[in-house]
Design a protein. Structure first.
Length: 344
């Protein structure tokens, strides 16, 4: 099967019997062309199945397109595609399109993908920062491309941001477990090298310290869940001589790993569990979570981007989206006790 070449603007001009500049003017400023000429040009374009290229026209003028870019992490994480849904919803309401690219949560992937999108003259860049330094975007920002950081603030870059109330969420979860009588409360997640985990670990530690437990190092398990399976991390805690009576997990992958570790040890008393991030089957499984609205997170980020296009030199804004606890059962378990009523 042969493939026909696409018709060009010059092809349309020849068929319509006009100049290429006239064809261009029909698509850019139709009101300046006579109705008869407009009809001839559009009829020729239809016969040739010609589609104008607004991106090329914009780039010739040295401007930006009406397409925004969103640089996110692992496409398999529901958090990211829900944020993307919120961004797209807000942008479409304002006449913008969205292109999404993934970094696989690696610093080198972030810069590569961001540079690729910026080369297409996107109107704004929204990204979930992974790298420890976003200064490579400063030159583009100075040229007028808005940069919006989502979930984590940008580093070494003046950029608007919208993040979660991470400290509050972890502090609230830990405080609820302490109020139920738990003292051996473990915190399990990735190493505190990115903003989200730094804030969540800090919230956990602050809540423990408020109850007189200042050294939590033996209760913390900060392990990269891409190198070690989450259920193995939690399983190692459960197999200790003095296992935790409650666990706070710092993301949905660790929460699911904890549930798998519980199932592998059905003879044990299951610890109480509160996980950061909701997930699709958490309600069915009865998992108590720290939750938030990821779609709203995306909407707010897109709104910041649209507003920044209209006001590129205003003060940067740092916004925080609230979190709250949804009680479903696992987080409401009291500590296990022996026959004398002493907490094990």
């Amino acid at each position: 099967m042969s493939v026909q070449p696409r018709a060009t603007l010059d092809d349309v001009a020849r068929l319509a019997g006009v100049s290429s500049k006239t064809v261009s003017r029909v698509y850019a400023h139709r009101d300046l062309v006579s109705p008869d000429t407009v009809e001839r040009v559009l009829s020729a374009a239809k016969r040739l199945r010609f589609r104008p290229n607004p991106l090329a026209r914009t780039l010739r003028r040295g401007g930006a397109t009406h397409t925004f870019g969103f640089v996110m992490g692992d496409l398999g994480n529901p958090f990211y595609y829900k944020v993307a849904a919120g961004i797209e919803e807000e942008l479409s309401r304002n006449g913008y399109a969205l292109v999404v690219a993934t970094t696989d949560d690696t610093p080198e992937g972030e810069e590569l993908v961001a540079d690729t999108l910026l080369a297409q003259r996107i109107g704004a860049l929204l990204l979930v920062p992974v790298s420890a330094d976003q200064s490579y975007l400063e030159g583009e920002r100075q040229l007028g491309t808005p940069v919006i950081a989502i979930d984590r603030p940008a580093r070494n870059l003046l950029a608007d941001s919208i993040v979660l109330a991470n400290h509050h969420g972890a502090f609230d979860a830990t405080s609820r477990l302490l109020a139920r009588g738990h003292r051996r409360i473990a915190y399990v997640c990735n190493p505190a090298t990115v903003y989200t985990q730094t804030e969540r670990v800090r919230g956990y530690r602050d809540a423990m310290a408020a109850h007189g437990i200042r050294d939590t190092s033996a209760l913390e398990s900060l392990v990269d869940d891409r190198s070690v399976r989450a259920e193995h991390v939690v399983g190692a805690l459960l197999d200790r001589p003095d296992p935790p009576t409650a666990i706070v997990t710092g993301n949905n992958r660790m929460t699911i790993g904890a549930l798998r570790a519980f199932r592998a040890r059905p003879q044990r008393d299951e610890p109480a569990l509160i996980g950061f991030d909701d997930f699709d089957t958490a309600d069915v499984l009865g998992v108590t979570v720290v939750t938030y609205d990821p779609v709203e997170l995306g909407r707010i980020a897109a709104k910041l981007a649209v507003e920044r296009v209209g006001e590129p030199t205003g003060f940067t804004r740092q916004l925080e989206l609230p979190t709250w606890i949804v009680e479903r059962g696992t987080g409401e378990r009291p500590p296990a006790t022996d026959q004398r009523g002493v907490t094990r």
